[in-house]
Design a protein around this ligand. Structure first.
Ligand code: ARG
Length: 304
């Protein structure tokens, strides 16, 4: 099937020569081949999370041109690593739409369109479903409760991790999303955390099959212990990275990491641990509550 990217008015349209698109991921750290992004044409600070409320109190206003430059640089960094970027068409009434992570997840059984808790984000899941239909990518939709992608970590084959702050992701959303994983024999670990941190991915992200970075003091001790039992080690990061979005990284696979330029400690620590790290400036997005992990929705990872 030939995909007509001319139908989209996103800033980077036409960059993906893909003819056949597939949604598939069994981990957060297998080599990434395809990602869904959305240009930040209509990015605006919505006072729906602690970080953005703080930015607004400090007088922050989005600089649309700068946000577009930063997003282009992120897309270029992904492409340099061989990742194909598929663009959603940004919608003027969806100010958080560039945070594509939150509205869909690729699983071993294909794409799941999620059910965001925030009313201003409901239209994003429908937009994703429409784009997937145009790409002939089948989509299953969550219908019970709420669940956002920042709380979902398909850690590795056999292990699903779900964040539960009680604000964005609900027990009913977790139950529906986790059901196929449980049925396939996967372990499901829940990580309760303080809603001030918005999503699990602001305080915990996988960097390799058996390794994660995390703001250790903000993570539930029982969760940390359970991860240890699964052989997953957490490289501790300072708690302040939750609000700077520094912990919110993307694994490109094979120990290659995209990280924010804001916090040198992530890059330094990971390089010392034998990762290669590329840093990009995402300050416009961080002020709106999201980082690199939030800006990227993996569509396909190929198990190494
Ligand atoms: N996966 C994430 N941490 N996403 C951040 C989303 C930020 C967005 N302003 C919201 O509050 O919904």
């Amino acid at each position: 099937m030939k995909v007509d990217f001319a139908a989209f008015d996103g800033g980077l349209v036409g960059r993906s020569p893909t003819t056949m698109m597939t949604s598939h991921a069994v981990s957060e750290t297998d080599p990434l081949t395809d990602v869904i992004l959305c240009p930040p044409h209509h990015l605006a600070p919505v006072p729906c999370c602690a970080v953005t409320r703080g930015a607004l109190a400090d007088g922050f206003m989005t600089d649309t041109d700068e946000a577009a430059r930063q997003h282009e640089a992120l897309a270029r960094a992904l492409e340099r690593h061989g990742v194909r970027c598929h663009m959603l068409a940004p919608s003027p009434d969806l100010p958080d739409m560039c945070f594509t992570r939150d509205v869909g997840v690729s699983t071993p059984w294909g794409m799941v369109a999620l059910n965001p808790a925030m009313p201003h984000r409901w239209g994003e899941a429908s937009a994703l479903s429409r784009a997937c239909a145009s790409w002939s990518v089948p989509v299953r939709r969550i219908t019970q409760g709420t669940i956002e992608g920042g709380d979902i970590c398909v850690a590795r084959e056999g292990l699903l991790i779900l964040g539960l702050s009680g604000e964005r992701t609900s027990a009913a959303g977790v139950a529906e999303f986790a059901a196929p994983f449980g049925a396939a024999g996967w372990d499901v670990l829940l990580c309760p955390f303080d809603a001030d941190h918005l999503h699990l991915d602001t305080i915990f992200c996988m960097v390799d099959k058996n390794e994660a970075i995390g703001c250790l003091e903000l993570l539930d001790p029982a969760f940390v212990k359970a991860l240890g039992k699964h052989g997953i080690r957490i490289i501790a990061m300072p708690s302040k990275l939750s609000s700077s979005l520094g912990c919110n990284i993307l694994s490109l696979g094979s120990r290659h990491i995209l990280a924010s330029a804001s916090d040198a400690i992530v890059a330094t620590t990971l390089r010392e641990a034998d990762y290669s790290v590329e840093q990009v400036d995402i300050s416009q997005f961080a002020a709106c509550g999201g980082g690199i992990h939030c800006l990227t929705q993996p569509l396909r990872r190929v198990p190494s």
